[in-house]
Ligand binder design. Structure first.
Ligand SMILES: Cc1cc2nc3c(=O)[nH]c(=O)nc-3n(C[C@H](O)[C@H](O)[C@H](O)COP(=O)(O)OP(=O)(O)OC[C@H]3O[C@@H](n4cnc5c(N)ncnc54)[C@H](O)[C@@H]3O)c2cc1C
Length: 419
């Protein structure tokens, strides 16, 4: 392994592996450093927008464990609706892929290696310092190397952002997931099928709970899209920890509501969700240090997904480094991703403030499920639909606001409130 690189990418998640692949493919000496040995577990639902397939075309069939074409929504485990995500009268063009992150991320890292990137996994970067116009990265056991560029793809609490004073506007939600072995022959509930994704809105404040189908298991979890403290400063997982027991209780009730038994021993993993919180600088040192994916806070404020944007930002970072315009990175992210997330944020603010109303006027409508799937899959931009959707919700609010849906009587403030 050399000690001098054009680019060192910290983190081998989807953002880092994508950037490393593009950089190496175009001839730059590139090192990916990952603190955990691959394959590693990553707390994640593993719901993948199919648009990822346009960006990374060669995903092996086995990595995608289920393809979702139906969504089942509930409010407090009741008032269920089950909708197809495609219009039966036209060619199906939407599927949501379900992956296991250990396999998916390992595939992306291997892809980067195949393009010529080096991987140092099981190596934790502890320190980054400027040195003679370059950067020295120092890891455990005295390891160090230098690079012209550093790509911080090191996730929600990455060292790159803190080392360069970036991400001052952080908004950190939290999500938790676990896996439950599942044999699809069991037929506990007629809607429990490999092509159906389940979402529950009434029991998690500022978020939702889910059950995602996978090959031999269900991925179950809950997430909250807001910081657990009002402060914009760094929120650590320990502060948010009390939510863990409440998330587990919601998941337990969710599984009960579908008649799923035998669920002892689910091991839960919690992880911060760095939600998009408006434009802010995402590069330092004249574009020689760039943040991608969760490190840049590119998680969608409505759905809480971040894989697609991690991959997109990995491509953008690589492209700008390669064409010598990395100082434009923040503006480019704002143009290609931020504007859309900004519209998602406006929708999320209203949705999570009045979830009961939004469940009735939006979620329970077939065309809204289709639209949500299109948004999640990157087929439609939030910025295209937000003005109309906001208008519709506000109109409904005005019509019903004096009755049961006012802020004060929002059911999530009383039942199952989390945090
Ligand atoms: C419970 C949960 C469920 C989720 N479900 C979904 C979902 O269904 N769909 C979706 O799209 N998104 C989901 N997300 C969000 C998604 O997981 C992230 O947005 C995505 O992983 C971001 O990718 P990334 O490459 O930016 O960072 P990560 O995947 O977090 O990768 C960062 C990597 O950097 C490494 N690292 C960190 N610091 C260092 C260091 N100092 N030295 C070396 N290595 C380091 C880490 O070990 C890690 O492997 C979920 C998140 C959570 C918490």
């Amino acid at each position: 392994m050399r000690t001098r690189y054009d680019v060192i990418v910290i983190g081998a998640g989807p953002g880092g592996a994508t950037a490393a692949a593009e950089l190496a493919r175009n001839g730059l000496t590139t090192l990916m450093v990952e603190r955990k040995p691959l394959p590693r577990h990553k707390a994640c639902g593993g719901g993948l927008p199919m648009a990822v397939g346009d960006l990374i075309p060669e995903i092996p069939a086995g990595v995608v464990e289920a393809t979702v074409t139906w969504m089942r929504h509930t409010w407090n485990f009741q008032d269920a609706v089950l909708f197809p995500v495609n219009n039966p009268d036209s060619m199906p063009d939407i599927t949501l892929w379900m992956v296991r992150r250990d396999r998916f991320d390992e595939h992306l890292a291997q892809r980067a290696i195949n393009f010529g990137a080096e991987l140092a996994d099981g190596l934790h970067i502890r320190h980054i310092e400027a040195e003679g116009g370059r950067f020295r990265l120092v890891g455990e056991n005295g390891w160090s190397a230098t690079a012209d560029y550093v790509v911080g793809a090191d996730g929600a609490n990455g060292i790159t952002a803190s080392s360069f004073g970036l991400r001052q506007k952080r908004q950190i939600g939290i999500a938790m997931e676990g896996e439950l072995s599942y044999n699809w022959d069991r037929a506990d509930h007629p809607d429990l099928r490999p092509e159906v994704l389940h979402l529950e809105y009434g029991r998690v404040k500022h978020g939702y709970a889910w059950i995602f189908p996978k090959g031999d298991h269900l991925n179950v979890g809950a997430g909250r899209m807001r910081s657990t403290t009002a402060s914009s400063s760094r929120t650590n997982l320990e502060e948010a920890h009390p939510l863990g027991d409440q998330f587990k209780a919601v998941v337990e009730d969710y599984l009960n509501s579908l008649g799923i038994e035998g669920r002892e021993g689910i091991r839960f993993y919690a992880h911060p969700l760095p939600i998009w919180n408006g434009p802010e600088p995402l590069e330092a040192a004249d574009g020689h240090v760039l943040l991608v994916g969760d490190a840049a806070g590119l998680v969608d404020p409505l759905f809480g997904d971040g894989i697609l944007n991690a991959i997109r930002s990995g491509f953008i970072a690589a492209r700008l480094i390669l064409n010598g315009s990395a100082a434009q990175y923040t503006q480019q992210i704002q143009r290609e991703i931020g504007r859309n997330l900004e519209a998602a944020r406006r929708l999320a603010n209203l949705f999570y403030r009045f979830p009961a109303l939004c469940y009735q006027v939006a979620v329970k409508r077939l065309e809204m499920t289709r639209l949500a799937a299109q948004l999640f899959c990157g087929k439609v931009e939030f910025s295209e639909v937000a003005p109309l959707a906001l208008k519709r919700i506000r109109t409904a609010l005005m019509r019903r606001g004096n009755r049961s849906y006012s802020d004060q009587t929002d059911p999530t403030q009383h039942a199952g409130e989390l945090g």
